[in-house]
Design a protein around this ligand. Sequence first.
Ligand code: TXE
Length: 482
Amino acid sequence: MNATHYIDGHHVPSEGNATIDVIDPSDGQKFGQIARGTAADVDTAVRAARKTMGENFDGPWGAMTALERGRLLAKLGAAVMQHHEELAQLEARDTGKALRVARNDATALARYMEYYAGACDKLHGDTLPYERGYTVLTVRIPHGVTGHIIPWNYPMQIAGRSVGASLAAGNACVVKPAEDASLSLLRLAEIATEVGFPAGALNVVTGYGKEAGAALCANPGIDHISFTGSTMTGRSVGLAAAERHCPVTLELGGKSPQIVFADADLDAAEPVLLNAIIQNAGQTCSAGSRVLVEQSVYEEVVQRLAKRFTAVRAGTPAEDLDMGPLINEKQFRQVRDMVSTAEASGLKVAARGTVSPNASATGYYQEAVLFRDVPHDSDLAQREIFGPVLVVMPFADEAEAVRLANGTDFGLVAGVWTRDGARQLRMAHKLHCGQVFVNNYGAAGGVELPFGGVKSSGFGREKGFEALLGFTTLKTIAIKHG
Ligand code: TXE
């Protein structure tokens, strides 16, 4: 499979025809090529996007009414559902994820388009009380051209939420997918043209982060950047944006806690605690990667989780077991090294899952690992691992639970398990993060629920109606009429 950029409604090779190999994570073998984008390629895409916006938002896309944009987004959502299996198969091959997860991602992509289709014509400003003789109103206008830097863990979901909201708000988009997983988004851009989006409204430039990604951040024709990825890269994207006063949304890593009190419904909690870390082989920014358990039920919860972990199987995407392989060799080595370093330092493994005998020895398969009694200040409890590795630790009381939960550099999501209503609310208020789930952990779902972090997990909100606000700028108009 040889794919080129998708710019201005058609396929375009990279400047100089440079390419990047596409590797199948389930066997480490090359199965295609994508274009290796340059600054010139990015510029071509930005120009196409600016053209369809028009100098005064009077181009083919810029002049569309909210109603017209909404209808196109609805068509795109429906078309994604028509191509659902094709997109899911493509994503599973490209990322190695279990087919079930890829299918869920394709459904979520359609759902984002559907949600934002309906939201287009509900986005409006206000009228404000002011001095006598004035009418003051605010209007929400698109930034213009937005840049979207997408990671490899959930390409369809992450592009769905950010591109869906941006198009709904009236911007044209230039997307830079991850070099490890670009195929589904190239197909999405084609489908957008097929359903009637004007050329240039949705462009995809593939390539490496330090080349195409950095060029996108530096391009003066980009009016807003939405970045999802690592905390380190997020910092450099933020700095590049600051250089030219470009607004940015950063959705970065996490070390999200799930807090289990002694009065919790453990039967209900158990499968959710497991799924929150093994979903997508732990390669989820909102993974529930630390479980904090009240001392009196600690041993019971560890035993329950150990039993579950022992049964977790990693296998090929087609086998559709609990998990697929990790995305690439770098990620595989990183997770392996963190696990072996922790074991060498004396940390206790409570259970391990298995890898399917059908899995290729050259694939990037990592079994699920459960560590118990993990010290709060250890690397394992503080750093994002981005693999199916869970740490469990006990706490004595509510105050200690809050201290441990808030005691990392991150603040993305938290889960609280308790039947005590007052405690549910106290905890929800005290946890320093962007989302709190009580007696559930739905971080991956919930198109409608605003999502984003505090501290090193980033800032700005994606998903839900809130995201639309971030993809607009507000203009205040004060009219003195006497
Ligand atoms: O991420 P990067 P990587 C975390 C996770 C993982 C680690 C490294 O802990 O182990 O990040 O993964 C583009 N200017 N997350 O190296 O570098 C890049 O091409 C502009 C968490 O893959 O952040 C890709 O499109 N763009 C995360 C995107 O940024 C640049 C999901 C993400 O890559 C760039 C993925 C640059 N200088 C990894 N450098 C989450 N929050 O879900 C790279 N990119």
